[in-house]
Write a protein that binds this ligand. Structure first.
Ligand code: PHE
Length: 336
């Protein structure tokens, strides 16, 4: 007896596979364990012993041929399906709009302040938020036990549970970056120092335990008060985008002499106008220059410092500082 392999081989080759259904029919008919090839295998027992080896070889070839036809047809079918689907996509359809983020109002305000100082040729200097007493106080002409150290509500860093290390602290202002800058670069120095500062204050609508400052430092030969004043006025007018009415009040900082605070006249519709303090400034104290080995007989400088939250509150009419840190999108998305 002979097995009819030729006609099955022919139909394996000619079977039309053009859909998932016909692929499945092909599988049932030739690949599955109940299909025609399997059926032939089961008839092997009816063959004469000397015929079996040759027949087994032919059946194995047939089985492999059916399997590889199936595999290839499956691949072809899947790739056809995906190109058909791609062709049916309407590429002229409007893509769904994705939500767009916005800059934080503190960032926007800081960028504006930076722009003013870029125009004046200032660079940016940065320093660590964990400082030591030397950079935050001593080199800035705060005498030991001076009440100004308490005024700053310093967060000290604990060595262990019981012992406060009075040498390590969270910086209370960005002025220590002045010191770092002057230690690393000889005059002329024209830099601004933006950054985060920390003070142990209770959280209310007008105070927070952290905020941001930008400080500016200019040290060279013959830097004078008139240049400081010119810089302050230009800064205020650019940040608030209008002519401002201002006054400079004498003030006190250990690291500047003379020192001043700048107020601008603030009017809002329906409310009486008032003077609002926007920054502190002064001529760099000779002791500060000496502490970084710059000769105050040869060089002079001015420094100014302002709170970014304060500037941003005024710019955008915000009356509660806490909202800057809440990250409430309903607030943030107003600054697109
Ligand atoms: N460092 C001062 C403060 O935090 C601000 C300041 C800077 C004043 C520079 C004068 C000059 O209060």
């Amino acid at each position: 007896m002979k097995l009819d392999t030729d006609s099955i081989r022919k139909s394996i080759r000619e079977f039309e596979i053009n859909s998932a259904e016909s692929l499945e029919q092909f599988r049932l008919k030739y690949v599955s364990r109940k299909g025609k090839v399997a059926e032939l295998f089961s008839k092997m027992g009816t063959l004469a012993a000397e015929e079996r080896a040759a027949a087994g070889k032919v059946l194995n070839e047939l089985k492999n041929e059916a399997q590889s036809r199936f595999d290839q047809a499956k691949i072809d079918l899947e790739s056809n399906l995906s190109t058909e689907r791609a062709a049916s996509d309407d590429i002229t359809l409007q893509a769904p709009a994705r939500p767009v983020g916005s800059h934080h109002p503190l960032t926007l305000t800081l960028e504006e302040i930076k722009r003013v100082f870029y125009r004046l040729g200032f660079s940016i200097a940065e320093g660590p938020e964990i400082e030591d007493d030397f950079h935050n106080f001593t080199s800035l002409n705060f005498p030991p036990e001076h009440p100004a150290r308490d005024m700053q509500d310093t967060f000290y860093i604990h060595k262990d549970e019981h012992q406060i290390d009075k040498d390590l602290l969270l910086r209370t202002h960005t002025s220590p970056v002045q010191i770092r800058k002057m230690l690393e670069q000889r005059p002329p120095i024209r830099s601004i120092m933006p950054g985060r500062v920390y003070r142990n204050e209770s959280v209310t609508y007008k105070s927070y335990f952290l905020f941001h400052q930008v400080e500016a430092l200019y040290v060279d030969k013959n830097v004078n008060f008139a240049e400081l004043k010119e810089t302050l006025v230009m800064l205020a007018e650019m940040v608030f985008n209008r002519k401002v009415e201002y006054r400079l009040r004498p003030s006190f900082f250990p690291f500047t002499e003379p020192s001043l605070e700048m107020d601008i006249w603030w009017e809002q519709p329906g409310k009486p106008g008032k003077w609002l303090e926007i920054l502190g400034a002064g001529m760099v104290h000779p002791n500060v220059l000496k502490s970084v080995d710059i000769d105050p007989e040869v060089y002079s400088g001015f420094a100014l410092g302002m709170g970014v939250e304060r500037m941003a509150s005024l710019r955008y009419g915000i009356d509660d500082i806490r909202i800057f840190y809440d990250n409430d999108v309903r607030f943030l998305e107003q600054f697109q």
